[in-house]
Ligand binder design. Structure first.
Ligand SMILES: Cc1ncc(COP(=O)(O)O)c(C=O)c1O
Length: 416
């Protein structure tokens, strides 16, 4: 249902939404309708662009083996057996959960359609009428889950991942007054950096708090470290807990298949008793329609491809990412991208130039994620290029040349 027309002007004149609404209406890279996709080349009208806004990091969206897995599954299960999970589960669900549990090395896993739904429904259950501590940069969907927990009786406090001592004091002050849940991102969706998870996990364990980590971006890209790893992302793409050598003791991990695995599905890694509790306490398990059969099939096929070719794909992704990051460094540009993750954020020298910069990128056929205020603070206004394994070296050349042009024009912020 559309909102009643009379409400619309008030909403749009609200200063919280005004800038975003202007961006949505005026930027060619916002709320766009695309007419054709060929791998990472996309067409809008008669204008072709190279897609650096996709989060399909492993290129599974165009993998022939993964695409071929859809039709047999749909023939067997229909497009969408629309039971909620509590009512009925195509066998694909337990198959994925078993394989995912083994990949992550977690005690158990639970699949739900999206990470957004997981945060909205699971954070309030875990927090109960206790205390939620949310990291200052946590993803909006995590924050919204924390706000929902507050509405159901929990207290809500912000903390910063780089101030573990402060978190320790906050947890200490709330001791003995109900559950304490600490929520943060693994790989940050804007900077591509991840926090010091072992340190934060230690603080939480010592205080008896649960650490809730959203690693929607890291899952599929970063994984366990070893001498034989093909690149610094590690091996197997089994997420930030394994990447940092941590155990799942006291940690609930949330990950998604909607980025690296190009499928509409998400998961929690959690102890089995908590899984059983969520089966009756988390709304989406009881009431939501399931993920489409096509997504369940592409996840299973993606797990196969990950096992056989994943490390090779990640090594190629890392090589391409380095080509951009090293170029950015050679130009002397500022970027928060420190850990080589394929998200390269580039703040502008002057946030007032955003429209002009976006226009230049568009004209040169470079499609990026625009980081406008208030999505980011004013001093970080700019854009992000996400690199995927499906971007060719010629695509990367084109991006690097365009960054050179923007740097020559003084549009991008220099490293201080
Ligand atoms: C960190 C983070 N968490 C959650 C989500 C939402 O994931 P989903 O599409 O599974 O709801 C996103 C999507 O952009 C994200 O970046």
């Amino acid at each position: 249902m559309h909102a009643p027309a009379a409400e619309l002007p008030a909403v749009l004149s609200d200063p919280r939404w005004r800038d975003l609404e202007r961006l949505r209406r005026t930027s060619p890279m916002s709320d766009a309708v695309l007419d054709e996709v060929r791998g990472r080349h996309i067409r809008s009208g008669d204008h072709w662009l190279i897609d650096f806004a996709s989060c399909n990091y492993l290129g599974f969206d165009w993998d022939p083996e993964i695409i071929a897995a859809i039709e047999p599954a749909v023939r067997r299960w229909g497009t969408h057996p629309s039971w909620s999970r509590l009512i009925g589960n195509p066998r694909l669900y337990p198959e994925i959960e078993e394989r995912l549990t083994a990949l992550l090395g977690a005690p158990d896993t639970l699949l739900l359609p999206t990470a957004t739904l997981i945060h909205a429904s699971v954070i309030p259950v875990l927090a109960d009428e206790g205390h939620v501590f949310v990291e200052a940069r946590a993803h909006k969907t995590v924050y919204d889950g924390c706000v929902a927990a507050r509405a159901r009786g929990a207290t809500l406090t912000r903390f910063r991942a780089d101030r573990p001592d402060e978190l320790d004091s906050l947890l200490g002050a709330a001791d003995g007054t109900g559950p304490r849940l600490v929520c943060l991102d693994g790989v940050d969706s804007m900077t591509g950096n991840s926090p010091d998870l072992p340190l934060l996990a230690r603080v939480c364990r010592e205080r008896g708090a649960t650490l809730y980590v959203d690693d929607t971006h890291g899952f599929g890209v970063i994984g366990e470290r070893s001498q034989s790893e093909p690149c610094p992302y590690g091996s197997r793409g089994n997420s930030v807990v394994r990447h940092t050598g941590e155990s799942y003791d006291g940690i609930v991990l949330v990950g998604g298949f909607s980025k690296a695995y190009s499928s509409l599905l998400a998961f929690l890694a959690l102890p089995t008793p908590l899984k059983d509790r969520l089966k009756v306490a988390a709304g989406p398990y009881l009431y939501s329609g399931p993920s489409p059969t096509a997504s369940l099939a592409t996840v299973l096929a993606g797990l196969d491809v990950n096992e056989r070719r994943g490390d090779e794909i990640r090594a190629d992704l890392y090589r391409k990412t380095l080509r951009v990051v090293e170029h950015v460094h050679a130009l002397g540009l500022d970027t928060p991208c420190e850990q080589g993750f394929p998200i390269v954020e580039l703040p502008l020298a002057d946030d007032g130039d955003l429209d002009e910069v976006v226009r230049l990128l568009w004209d040169r056929g470079i499609y990026v994620t625009v980081a406008a205020y208030p999505l980011v603070p004013r001093d970080r206004v700019g854009f992000r290029a996400q690199i995927t394994a499906l971007n060719s070296d010629e695509d990367i050349d084109r991006l690097d040349d365009t960054l050179t042009l923007l740097a020559e024009r003084g549009a991008l912020r220099l490293k201080r």
